[in-house]
Design a protein around this ligand. Structure first.
Ligand code: HEM
Length: 193
């Protein structure tokens, strides 16, 4: 049983590492901004393809986080009521549901709208009016990626205190640190990390 628990923990942690994609998505979109016009060239096709092809892996990673997380709870001899009794576990579950909802929105609504606008432009250069609409939707997608990054890092930080709570002040300090890192990833090309 101990070995199973250990292996599950490793899978849960490796899975969490792979969920850092929003950070690298932000690096990518900020680099695209640095590159400048024209909108609709091969750089956009390349970036859009990478971003939209990450959707399925992201759903898979979220599912693995949920399954391994719940199994970890069960292997500790607890039931589903632990998700209510232990606020950290309940919060982790809630955070996972939030990013699943955001990913679903991007996949079913936002990304198809961006794709449709690029398709309407029919190759570059994208007319100014379409370009403005694309920029607006891309900005919304970027903000959502930042929320996802913040949520994933917060869920990882909470995981460390699943069985023994940190002092409240420390949790707040760590949340502020995560928010600062997320803000930096959102607004710069993050040259040093
Ligand atoms: C965004 C999703 C999630 C991420 C990024 C994440 C990340 C992590 C990380 C990095 C750890 C390791 C902490 C350490 O080294 O001590 C951890 C532990 C843990 N996580 Fe998650 N987690 C997520 C979702 C969940 C969910 C949904 C559950 C179950 C409701 C869960 C249950 C647990 C448990 C029980 C532990 C403690 C494992 C142990 O030490 O026995 N996690 N999590």
């Amino acid at each position: 049983m101990d070995t199973t628990l250990d292996v599950l923990k490793v899978i849960h942690v490796i899975n969490a590492i792979l969920m850092a994609w929003p950070f690298y998505a932000l690096v990518t979109v900020n680099q695209r901004v640095s590159l400048g016009p024209p909108l609709g060239d091969r750089a956009d096709t390349y970036m859009e393809n990478i971003i939209k092809n990450r959707t399925l892996p992201c759903f898979v990673l979220q599912s693995i986080a949920l399954v391994t997380g719940l199994l970890l709870v069960f292997l500790h001899g607890l039931g589903l009521d632990a998700l209510v009794a232990n606020p950290i576990l309940g919060l982790k579950l809630l955070l996972l549901l939030i990013i699943a909802a955001l990913l679903t929105y991007v996949h079913t609504t936002l990304q198809p709208q961006i794709d449709a606008l690029f398709a309407k432009a029919g190759g570059h250069p994208v007319p100014q009016e379409l370009g403005q609409q694309i920029a607006k939707l891309r900005l919304r997608r970027k903000r959502i990626a930042s929320v996802c990054l913040f949520v994933v890092l917060t869920a990882a930080m909470l995981g460390v205190q699943a069985w023994a709570l940190f002092p409240f002040w420390l949790t707040i300090v760590l949340v502020i640190g995560i928010a600062t890192l997320t803000r930096r990833a959102y607004s710069s090309v993050t040259r040093w990390i």
